[in-house]
Write a new protein. Structure first.
Length: 256
């Protein structure tokens, strides 16, 4: 892998047509409903929520399921193409609203104390430039009602440190993705080189990076946002902070 000197997370090349294809594949495979059930097991009050915010909503697949149940939902994502897909697929679901905006402008689009639950899934927070994450967490905290909850899904920094130099591959429809991940435990930056093949022929190459936070750093960000961590689970919803799980779900509650 190239030796990149830029320590700022850059996901601009991650969210392209191949990522969009992966999102659509997840929807078709019915995985979204399974993920919503997992979230409900982690935070049962999600079912009873009146308003839900999703920061980094992508194509809005999770909010669509919640909106179909009558929950008023707002999704925010900086990728115009994803928001267009979300709006098109939820055109007949008035409970679902989507905004294309930089996460750092969240306060401009969300009224204070208006949401019961906020979500940020699949490591979206890790794409925010350093020194801006405190303000983002504070904006998320401000958007919650008193006693509201924030569910953060994030990569496990210990797991990545153990697999600091990793090669992997998987298929998405007619695309095959070959990847090489390098993790810098000092900076917390995960850098990935990908090569995509379609019908055995080279399709494209891309490099992207994401910041991965230690659990102690997440706890500090929650605290600065007026949130108290109530639960940490593995990627299957089991209560644990084990270094063996690839991802954590961290649940914080806004102080009443």
């Amino acid at each position: 892998m190239n030796n990149y000197s830029n320590s700022i997370p850059d996901a601009s090349k991650l969210y392209d047509d191949s990522y969009l294809a992966a999102c659509q594949s997840i929807i078709k495979d019915g995985q979204v409903h399974s993920q919503i059930r997992l979230l409900e097991n982690i935070l049962p009050v999600l079912i009873e929520s009146e308003r839900v915010l999703d920061v980094g909503c992508g194509t809005g697949r999770h909010l669509r399921v919640l909106a179909e149940r009558g929950i008023s939902c707002l999704g925010v994502d900086s990728k115009k193409e994803f928001i267009e897909v979300a709006r098109k697929e939820c055109a007949k679901i008035p409970q679902a609203k989507y905004i294309c905006a930089d996460y750092r402008d969240l306060a401009k689009h969300c009224q204070t104390e208006s949401f019961d639950v906020a979500l940020s899934l699949f490591g979206s927070i890790g794409h925010v430039p350093w020194n801006d994450e405190v303000r983002l967490f504070q904006d998320i905290g401000s958007s919650l009602k008193s006693g509201g909850y924030f569910i953060l899904q994030h990569e496990n920094i210990i797991w990545h440190a153990q697999k600091y130099d990793d090669h992997w591959w998987y298929e998405i429809g007619d695309l095959v993705r070959l990847g090489h991940s390098m993790f810098n435990a000092t900076s917390g930056l995960l850098e990935v080189e990908e090569k995509l093949f379609r019908n055995s022929e080279a399709h494209k190459s891309k490099h992207w990076s994401v910041r991965i936070y230690a659990l102690s750093e997440i706890a500090a960000l929650f605290s600065q946002a007026g949130l108290t961590i109530e639960k940490v689970t593995d990627e299957y919803g089991n209560s644990t902070s084990s270094p063996l799980t690839a991802r954590w779900y961290v649940v914080g509650r806004k102080e009443a």
